[in-house]
Design a protein around this ligand. Sequence first.
Ligand code: AMP
Ligand code: ZN
Length: 281
Amino acid sequence: MDHIATPAPGVLLSSGPYERIVAGLRDAVETMSGLDPDAVLTAPPVIAREVLETAGYIRSFPQLVGSVHSFRGSKRDWRALAGREDWHRSQEISDLMLLPAACYHVYPQVAGRSVPVSRFCVHATCFRQEATGERGRMRSFRMSELVFLGPPADCLAWRDGWIERMASWLRGLGLDVSVELADDPFFGPGDHLMRDTQREQQLKWEMRVPVGGGVVQAIASCNLHLDHFGGAFGFTTDGGPAHSACVAFGLDRIALALIERHGREPDAVSRCLREKEGTRT
Ligand code: AMP
Ligand code: ZN
């Protein structure tokens, strides 16, 4: 029930039993969100390029970005290119990018609006152009996120509450996670000063656990964005930029960690998910 490799490194196929674990995890996140179905969104694997530009993602993570290019020439131009190895010579950047994280679909939904307190749950297939392909580091992977928008103190309290709740939920699934302040800065590499400031502000916490093959990966993260997205997309609260926070569940990495912990027998993992309170499978 493990992954099946494809000719593209980091792009994996999964079997039925593995997918049932992922589906169980997605359901669990939805149940924990406590949201009504209208606030639960499923995103396609692409997003408007202007959203990632506005969000500052491309500036911060240029090496991870995947862009969609397409052909806009005439049929005649195409005939001249078709069959050539460099057929992509005339491809041009389009209005779409591959989606790097689920929560980017939320911010444009509230752009320019006043948001007292808003919550969302977003399921997505994400893409990151990872340089390495060790276990659990894929280029295409599934992520579910809970997003909170509102006044600064509420965002901080929500994010901090989720650090506890996430760790205890994962431990309840038998995963011995360590909760760590993320080493990599949240808004991109930046300079040392920026990196230190971000660490001091404790913006990003990660849950780390073995995912097999002797590799430890972050399987989830709890993030505080301060007014980064409120400022960029112009959503406000109490007349000023709203703050935002998100918690991200890396479904593929959690599935790998569960398999590593409970063994390859599909029923063992499904049973463990079913038995966990608040989890439907
Ligand atoms: P991040 O936005 O970097 O905190 O990512 C949220 C979660 O997505 C991480 O905690 C991982 O569980 C998952 N994730 C991030 N990058 C990858 C990847 N390359 N392959 C699989 N899962 C990933
Ligand atoms: Zn997020």
